[in-house]
Design a protein around this ligand. Structure first.
Ligand code: HEC
Ligand code: HEC
Ligand code: HEC
Ligand code: HEC
Length: 157
């Protein structure tokens, strides 16, 4: 039967597709992690792995519970909404046990420039300076108090 003879090629071809699909299923079984899809379109076990990372930031409330004197100054100044660790870096180790490590005080010539160096990309209202012109690149803390940086008519406040 010639019709059947022709169709045989199609069956061979279809067979190749079936085989490829089986290979795909087997490969998928080995490649896709077991917990994939447990909660959503991601690896469920990733949640536990991320949660197991040590905490690096203490959060400003923790800092403030011991350094209330700094909070008193900061809460009245222009940096009221800049959190401690944005300037001091992640300090959970210090906050857990202050005697374990004493934080190094930031170099203001580097730290302050990070946020206040003038750039067209910053919102117009944000206070910006060109450190090379404004302070000759020198540190900022002789004139500005980091925890309350604004200048009065009378100088640093
Ligand atoms: C449990 C109380 C406690 C907590 C919480 C705490 N500190 Fe401290 N901190 C201290 C003590 C006590 C010292 C002085 C330690 C020393 O001199 O060795 C200190 C020292 C420092 C210093 C250095 C002061 C200096 O004169 O050199 C900085 C900066 C500082 N803390 C920032 C922070 C920040 C930011 C946080 C929050 C992430 C924080 N601290 C959380 C108790 C605390
Ligand atoms: C805008 C950046 C900035 C922020 C926000 C900030 N600090 Fe500081 N802090 C500094 C710098 C810079 C120094 C070093 C002192 C200097 O240069 O006069 C310092 C010094 C300190 C010291 C040493 C003692 C002193 O008063 O000089 C402590 C303690 C401290 N900071 C804790 C804190 C805590 C707690 C917070 C949050 C409530 C905080 N800081 C928020 C920049 C900052
Ligand atoms: C993490 C970013 C950040 C860092 C670091 C930072 N600042 Fe600021 N600064 C701010 C923000 C936010 C404000 C409030 C801006 C506003 O009110 O619109 C501000 C406000 C100020 C102002 C008030 C300007 C005015 O008159 O309105 C001065 C001055 C200033 N900062 C100086 C400093 C100095 C000096 C340092 C280093 C000790 C520093 N800043 C570090 C974010 C930062
Ligand atoms: C010699 C003292 C001095 C030094 C050092 C200094 N400043 Fe100032 N800064 C001033 C004075 C005075 C003003 C207020 C008058 C003005 O706007 O020029 C001011 C204003 C500012 C303002 C507000 C600008 C605005 O548009 O409202 C920012 C932000 C600022 N300084 C950041 C810094 C930074 C960052 C550094 C360190 C790189 C620094 N300053 C070093 C004296 C100083």
């Amino acid at each position: 039967m010639s019709v059947f003879k022709e169709a045989r090629h199609l069956f061979h071809f279809a067979g190749l597709f079936v085989l490829a699909f089986l290979v795909f299923l087997v490969a998928r079984h080995y490649v896709v992690p077991k917990s994939f899809g447990e909660y959503g379109h991601y690896r469920g076990a990733a949640i536990g792995e991320i949660a197991a990372h040590p905490v690096k930031f203490a959060g400003h409330q923790t800092c403030e519970s011991c350094h209330s004197d700094v909070l008193d100054v900061k809460s009245k100044g222009k940096h009221a909404h800049v959190n401690c660790e944005a300037c001091h870096g992640a300090l959970a180790i210090h906050a857990d046990d202050p005697s374990a490590m004493t934080p190094v005080l930031p170099d203001t010539a580097v730290l302050c420039a990070r946020c206040h160096t003038a750039s067209a990309a910053k919102p117009k209202g944000f206070p910006q300076v060109v450190p090379a012109d404004h302070s000759n690149g020198l540190p900022c803390d002789p004139c500005h108090k980091p925890h309350s940086p604004a200048m009065d008519a009378g100088g640093a406040n």
